[in-house]
Design a protein around this ligand. Sequence first.
Ligand code: PLP
Length: 384
Amino acid sequence: MSTESPEMIRLSSPHMSGREMKYVVDAMERNQVFPLGQNVTDFEEALRTYSGTAACSCLSSGTAAIHLALIILGVQPGDEVLCSTFTFVASANPIIYLQARPVFIDSEPSTWNMDPNLLRQAIKERIRKTGKKPKLILVVHLYGMPADMEGIMAISKEFDIPVLEDAAEALGSTYDGHHCGTYGIMGVYSFNGNKIITTSGGGALISSNETLCRQATFLSTQARDPAPHYQHSQIGYNYRMSNICAGIGLGQMEVLTDRITKRREHNTFYRNAFKQTEGITLLTETSQRYHSNYWLTTILINPAETGGVTHEDIRLKLNQYHIETRPLWKPMHLQPIFTPYPSYISGVSETLFNKGLCLPSGSLMTETERQKVADTLLNTINRS
Ligand SMILES: *Cc1c(COP(=O)(O)O)cnc(C)c1O
């Protein structure tokens, strides 16, 4: 265990329901302690039904899911992949695994996700500069907030470039009533320990095209040809989800709706708590079309309105009170590793990064704890 105080209020902790154990024990009793088995099959079916799509392949991580999706969608060395700059690094790393080139697209201020106007501009300029169409649009639904999928899909259609959705943080979020991850040709989920539900570590690809998911499963199990001996005509990976992890996932699926309700409740609480205070704004659904799981509640602090108190002052103060907060993701175009790659930037994501914080939002957090978070934050501002 860490040396930090045990009563630290965390950003997002795993939250078991108690129903996971029966699936895990069942796998052990059947001796299905490997990356195949009934739990994996059932978890795929549960995710498929939940998201309302045709097929699902469960994998060892969200990162593995993105990697396999890029391979299946034909991304080759030197190809350009248009990727949200405002994201966690796992969205972009698999592009590099394939020796392809990320082209980073800045955010729009309302959803904080990929700006469709910049996306169009980027596509036109990439075609003009390289003589080649970018291979793929990799759009991220950050912090659970859906991207402007009408705008993104219209551009995808206009230029005939497929969309891969990184919905790692957006399981259960919807746009126009359809789940994030179901707009593009494929969608990615993550079940890492900090996500809305967890399998300790894991991920999934979903698609309306069953063939694509079958390919993902094939590649994730070392690409074995259908032969009694071990024969391979393609390079494979060991990316399949284990049957034990899938058992945890099945138990978690039973409470997914409750988990989303709880996180949305936290979001509403913070919204009310900060309503009267100048200089705090929250990432907000801009219309009925957007339904966020509010995986994390995120705020922006404007020091011009808080008497000079910055997001960093708040982070440090809350940390003293054993409350974990975190700056927003540092945009990829500002990451040392990605500076050689092209980017189409309006400054929105950099501004968000310079002002923003994620607040404790886990479904395990109590009402007393979230009150402490709000009170401590407001005291930090009001005492200045
Ligand atoms: C968590 C996350 C991933 C990666 O998922 P893992 O299961 O941790 O590999 C990818 N993209 C985003 C936006 C994430 O938050």
